[in-house]
Design a protein around this ligand. Structure first.
Ligand SMILES: *[C@@H]1O[C@H](CO)[C@@H](O)[C@H](O)[C@H]1NC(C)=O
Ligand SMILES: *[C@@H]1O[C@H](CO)[C@@H](O)[C@H](O)[C@H]1NC(C)=O
Length: 493
């Protein structure tokens, strides 16, 4: 049978869960003919008869038929569970592909898998794209943030469709080429890590308002509504406003009824692991992941709450002023969090040769996705002004913003310590900031200790060379009068 007669679809998608269905409908709205397939073929028929009724979407009952429906080079989007299922599906598709065809993994794959898949598929003459997709069901349907990376030659082929269906920010699509290999999934992972950080910071502000200032849920929601008109204007602040105001059927706020144990699916942890691998101080996301781990220890926390006393907050003073401080603390911590996230992107770009475009990454996050915010526009501007920017904190705009926010931020962190309100992310952000702006730090002592007990040697500060420190390289001191002349760099006892 000559399937080529039917090769009429612009793009194909496998995996008809809600995200897949919504992406298909989005592509259809933008004028593309989409072919779809699901292993449970009844899902294909059901989709065509219901959600996709009256559209140009076509369905296939086998992978062979599906591949035959696609114009060349074939563009096949996979939206299936990350992991071995992706490899198994790719292996099934390959027999029906021709050179130059493109497989696009739109799932939540871990970036090393995408690095590997690109290499494997390119070796066979095919192209691979690993694309971050963010924005949940709504985003998929009406405009997600798309972060595609992989085989560079695939980009001209998919660019038009991808940018057409993506969210727009000030008329610019929230989708651009991220880089080679697993770059798309790496950037999506950082996006999720930053999302962990943003949510933790908001949760800490909530704890302050509830336990420190004794505010009720409507007052808190009102405050968030105010914040959403200023520098914090973002999707997460907006939905926090709504979630805090939401009432259960008994008319009482629902949030305090929700079990206080946060779940996680792993992308925050992957980000923290990547930070450790690269030796980058991405402390805020790390604290956000650990805060979820601590939240999960509900039983232990309950026991500890009975045994370990602490101060009771008693707020006196100007509540309005304090809420302004809190807003500044949140803003300053957020600047630190994105600074740290970008430090990690910079290292990954170097180490994996991803060749990331930092300005367009912020642009991709500006619309459609969970961390979308007005704030990201300032990041795009910073990197458009200077592509080689060492750190966001060294950009004039952010340097000024964080300087201005500092006094309120410090008052919040010290008040939190006095009140006994945990604020791991907000205080880690401040510690990072103070460490980062310290030219001469306390690591001199650590190096001294390491040389004392382990003969690990140290280098000398410029200008401190003398008779003992003849040169600056690898000095070992006879600290105790019992020391030998061998150092750990030459001999480890
Ligand atoms: C089929 O659809 C289900 C959701 O309904 C999805 O979980 C699964 O990954 C899909 N599988 C394939 C191979 O299409
Ligand atoms: C370390 O100091 C002691 C006491 O001054 C001395 O006896 C010893 O020779 C020194 N060791 C070296 C390697 O200089």
């Amino acid at each position: 049978m000559d399937f080529f007669r039917f090769a009429s679809a612009d793009i194909g998608l496998i995996g008809l869960a809600v995200m897949g269905q919504n992406l298909i409908l989005n592509m259809n709205d933008n004028g593309y003919t989409v072919a779809c397939f699901n292993r449970t073929v009844s899902k294909v028929d059901h989709f065509l008869e219901n959600e996709a009724k009256g559209t140009k979407v076509v369905g296939a009952h086998s992978i062979q038929e599906f591949c035959a429906m696609l114009k060349r080079p074939r563009k096949i989007v996979l939206l299936v569970k990350a992991g071995p299922a992706v490899d198994a599906l790719i292996a099934e598709i390959i027999p029906y592909l021709e050179k130059g065809d493109i497989i696009i993994d739109g799932g939540n794959s871990h970036f090393p898998d995408s690095d590997r898949r690109m290499a494997e598929l390119e070796a066979k003459g095919f192209l691979f794209v690993g694309s971050g997709v963010s924005g949940g069901e709504e985003g998929a349907r009406y405009g997600p943030s798309l972060m595609p990376g992989g085989s560079k030659d695939a980009w001209p082929e998919i660019k038009e469709i991808f940018q057409a269906i993506a969210a727009k920010s000030d008329g610019e699509p929230c989708c651009d080429w991220v880089g080679t290999g697993g770059a798309g999934h790496y950037v999506k992972m950082i996006h999720n890590g930053i999302e962990y950080g943003d949510m933790q910071l908001i949760a800490e502000a909530y704890a302050f308002m509830e336990h420190g200032l004794g505010m009720n849920y409507d007052e808190m929601s009102q405050t968030l509504a105010e914040w959403n008109k200023g520098v914090l204007d973002s999707f997460l602040i907006e939905i926090t406003r709504d979630v805090l105001a939401f009432k259960d059927t008994d008319g009482k706020p629902i949030v305090p009824k929700i079990l206080d144990c946060a779940g996680q699916k792993g992308t925050g942890k992957w980000t923290a692991i990547s930070a450790l691998d690269f030796g980058q101080p991405v402390t805020l996301i790390g604290e956000a992941v650990f805060a979820r781990c601590l939240s999960a220890l509900k039983n232990e926390r309950e026991k500890a709450s009975l045994k370990l006393g602490g101060p009771k907050p008693n707020f006196e003073g100007d509540r309005k002023q304090f809420l302004q401080d809190l807003e500044q603390a949140l803003y300053a911590s957020k600047i630190v969090s994105y600074t740290q996230g970008y430090m990690l992107l910079r290292e990954a770009s170097k180490a994996f040769n991803y060749d990331l475009n930092f300005a367009s990454i912020a642009l991709m996050w500006r619309g459609g996705c969970i961390i979308r915010s007005v704030f990201l526009k300032d990041i795009t501007n910073a990197y458009r002004k200077n592509k080689e920017l060492d750190s966001l904190l060294l950009d004039d705009f952010f340097a000024k913003a964080i300087t201005k926010a500092q006094p309120g931020w410090r008052r919040v962190v010290s008040q939190g310590a006095l009140w006994g309100i945990a604020q791991p992310a907000t205080s880690a952000a401040l510690s990072f900031f103070d460490g980062y702006r310290t030219a001469k730090g306390s690591a001199s002592l650590i190096q001294g200790l390491r040389d004392y007990f382990g003969a690990h040697t140290f280098k000398v500060m410029p200008g401190q060379e003398n008779d003992v420190f003849k040169d600056k390289e690898d000095i070992h001191v006879n600290w105790t009068g019992r020391g030998g002349s061998v150092s750990a760099s030459t001999y480890i006892a």
